[in-house]
Design a protein around this ligand. Sequence first.
Ligand SMILES: *Cc1c(COP(=O)(O)O)cnc(C)c1O
Length: 426
Amino acid sequence: MKNATGRSPLAEVDPEIASLIKNEERREAEKIRLIASENYASRAVLEASGSCLTNKYSEGYPHKRYYEGQQYIDEVEELAKSRLQALFGKPLSDPKQLHVNVQPYSGSPANLAVYLAFVKPGEPVMGLGLPAGGHLTHGHTVSITGKFFQSIPYSVRRDDHRIDLDEVRKLAKEHRPKLIWCGTTAYPRTLDFPAFRSIADEVGAILAADIAHISGLVAAGLHPSPVGIADVITSTTHKTLRGPRGGMILCKPEHASVIDRAVFPGLQGGPHNHTTAGIAVAAKEATTPDFAAYAKRIVDNAKTLASELLSRGFSLVTGGTDNHLLLVDMTPKGIGGKPYAQALDRAGIVCNYNAIPFDPRKPMDPSGVRIGTPCVSSRGMGADEMKRLAGFMEQVASSQAPEVLDRIAAEVREMCAGFPAPGLTV
Ligand SMILES: *Cc1c(COP(=O)(O)O)cnc(C)c1O
C-alpha cells in the first residue's frame, strides 16, 4: 500500500479512546437516561456528522463563500435550511418567510449571535433567572451575557412557580430592555409566547424565544410555536430535536441579514459542515410519523411519570408537567437532590441534581432533581416502563443501601435490553 496513513480503524490507532467510546455506548444502552437535555441521535445523524464533511472549510453562506470547492457543501447547507424552514415555518402563510441560519456551533453561540445582532454592551436585557429555570446565556452573572450586558432577571411566582408575567411587564416598563428572552432549561410548563410578545411591544424590545429544550416538541406541534410571534428564535439541534450537537437561529426576514452577519463574521469562522449535514438529516427525520410518535411519547411519558411519582409521595415543582421534563423537589423525601441523583446513578438511572425555585439549599447541593423523558421515549418506552421507573425512584428515595441500588441496576439493565436505543450498535 502506497499511503496507509490515516486509513486504519480507531481501535487500532487509539485503543484507549476506542474502548472509552465502547464503554460509553454500553452505559447509554444499559442505563435509563433521564437528563432532560440529552437524547439518542439516530444512526443516520451519526453517520452524517461523522463524515468527511468535517474536512471542508466554507466561511460564508451558500453561493457567497470565501473558499472554492463548495459544490456539495452549498447543497448540504441549503437542504438543512429548507427542511427546517418547512418544518418550523408551518404557522406562517408562507413558510419561505422564515429565515434560517444553521451555522451556530451550539445553543450558546446561537444566543450570543442574538446579543451581537441587537444589543450593545451595557444595554439592558431580560431573561428568566437561572435559579428559576432560565439558561446561563440569558444574562446570568457568571456568563459573558451577564458581564457585558445589564441583566435584569425575572422569576417565577412564589405560590405556583409559574413564570410571573406581571413581574416581567413591571420590570420591562421600568428598565426598557433592548432584548427579552423567553425560554427555559428547567421549567416543566408551556411558554406563553403571545404574552411575551405584547410585553416586548409595550417597551419596544426584541423578543427572542430560546426553544433549545423544546424544539422537537414544537416541530411536532406538541408545544405552541413562537414562529410568527418572536422576532428571533434560537435552538440547539441535539435536545428533543434529536440531531447532532449544534445550534440554529430562525428569524423574521427583516432580521435575516443582521443575524447572518452576527454569526459570520461576527462570532464564528467556518461552519461545521458535518454538523450541518446531521442537522439536515434530523430535520428530514422530524417529518416522519416515527418522530411524531416519539414526540407524543415524550409528553405522555412525562405525564405518566408525574402522576406515578405524585402518588408515591414525591413533590413536583408546579405540581406536574406540560412538556418533556419534571422538576422533583426531594424535600418531603428527606434527601437532597445531589445524594439522590448519585444514588440513582448507581441504580442505573441517570439524572441531574437541580435547584428548585427559591431553593433554600446551595446550588451545589440543591433540593431537587430534573428528569426528562426524551431518551426513554426515543427507545420506545411507554406507560408500563414509566410505572416501573417511578417504583425504582421510590425505592432509591427510601434506601441508598448499595445492595438495593445494585439490585435495581440489574433490573434496569434487563428492562433496557428490551428497548434498543437509536444510533447504538449494542
Ligand atoms: C441547552 C440550552 C442552551 C445552550 O446550548 P449548548 O448547546 O449547551 O450551548 C441554550 N439555551 C437553553 C434554554 C438551553 O436549554
